[in-house]
Design a protein around this ligand. Sequence first.
Ligand code: CTP
Length: 409
Amino acid sequence: MLKGRHFILGITGGIAAYKSVTLLRLLVKAGAEVQVVITPSGKEFITPVTLSALSGKPVICDFFTANTGEWHSHVDLGLWADAMIVAPATACTIAKMANGVADNMLVTTYLSAKAPVFVAPAMDLDMMAHPSTTANIERLRSYGNIIIEPASGELASHLIGKGRMEEPDNIVKVLEEYFTAKKAVDNSPLNGKRVLITAGPTYERIDPVRFIGNFSTGKMGYALADEAAARGAEVTLVSGPVSIEPKRPEVKVVKVESARQMLEACEEVFDSTDVAIMCAAVADYAPAAPKEQKIKREHQEVPVIELVKNPDIAATLGHRKREGQMVVGFALETDNEVANANEKLIRKNLDMIVLNSMRDPGAGFGTDTNTVTIITPDCDSVSYPSKPKSEVAADILDNVVSLMERRLT
Ligand code: CTP
């Protein structure tokens, strides 16, 4: 998995720099090309001669090579690399990386790197625990950098202490896992596809403090959004009021309240969407004339709320779709399940429908599991056992992908 890949190994001035020699050796053994960039204080701990002998390349420390005056382009290095690994990363270098203090070749290269950056902190326990360091590490995480630390099991942290640099073979494992996952995403048919997902309930206002809604928690739609993003899709999640968030930061969330707002948000992006998955529990009706003021109890008569029909978002998009677009719906049924779901599939002009039966114990609103049957017009329906919603999301997307592939052939 690491063969032929280009790595920048950034070494800073910490005792753990000796471990970088092993890391370098393992990377070279795995067939990678490694360019070592060392900070001036890194050289106090480890000699560049050892590093260049192992990597087969001169070690870069300064912007210029002293005797020839050759300039090292951090920009070219940043473009060359498939990944940069800073190991050990001292508190000082982490602080510089977090704040863009580009006063040496390592941090300059870091700022120019287009590739993923892995950071293995190594420092004294108290330095690691200082709020300044933890804040800087969090900042690196928020830039998308991957922090590699020893597993913090209770026993492990007790025995070893926080701040110890992760062992080189574990760093190599993290890199291998990263590139294996990346390869799966690169090869995924959903990679680069635009996916629109609706989730959660809609709230239809009666007055400023009351609404008509339902018990949907959004868990299924959010799980779908996370799974689609994990497969490389560009996800827009149009969500009704819920108390959860997507796990993956790449998911773009558009928050709405009512069915009408949900339709508007969907219509805005639908034309550039490849797959739309309508997972929201949209209220079928809304109060015809929501009151501007709170309805008071002292009314002489019991109020009657007149309702109007809400737009059917799935049907609107289903009838608007062009060749090549796909619209997937859900059907929540209590009886005559398959017949009702089939009828919805046709009426809403959908490509696939995911049926949940309210009769199944592991299905429905608020649960962490779901039991679904997936129906497509051109093939037999598939029923799945009760599973966590994350796995149901994977099953649904597998079916979307296989339908996409069937249509291409
Ligand atoms: N749906 C929608 N807009 C609506 C109602 C439903 O987009 N106004 C979508 C849901 O997100 C789901 C599918 O349509 O994908 C079916 O929802 P469901 O509530 O089961 O069906 P309804 O059409 O509302 O039919 P009924 O309530 O009569 O079963």
